[in-house]
Design a protein around this ligand. Structure first.
Ligand code: FES
Length: 108
């Protein structure tokens, strides 16, 4: 199925100060779990579920522009969701974020 911009929407996930530096945060939106990261003041969002196994990336460690999976230590790029190191091969979905005042929204 081909999706278009009309299929996307912005959903509020919290206030700017809900997301602390070096403290990944999970947000559940219906059946969707999203991990939100703050690095050098900037926010990033990835699918929370590791593409390799049953692990939550919001339980991982941020190093530079990557998050390291807590189970087998694959590293995912916070900007693109690409798996930069194994054992994961497949990317995780990355999400666009925007702020409006102090409100933070994710595009789903
Ligand atoms: S479950 Fe994440 S690297 Fe294996």
């Amino acid at each position: 199925m081909i999706s278009s911009e009309a299929d996307t929407r912005w959903v509020r996930i919290g206030s700017d100060d809900d997301f602390a530096e070096d403290e990944p945060t999970r947000r559940s939106l219906g059946g969707l779990d999203i991990a939100v990261f703050r690095v050098d003041g900037k926010l990033y969002a990835l699918d929370d579920h590791c593409s390799h196994g049953d692990a939550s990336l919001s339980d991982g460690w941020v190093e530079g522009n990557c998050v390291e999976c807590p189970l087998h230590q694959a590293r995912f790029n916070l900007l693109t969701g690409e798996a930069e190191t194994g054992p994961a091969v497949d990317p995780v979905r990355s999400y666009k974020l925007r702020t409006d005042g102090t409100d933070v929204f994710v595009e789903i």
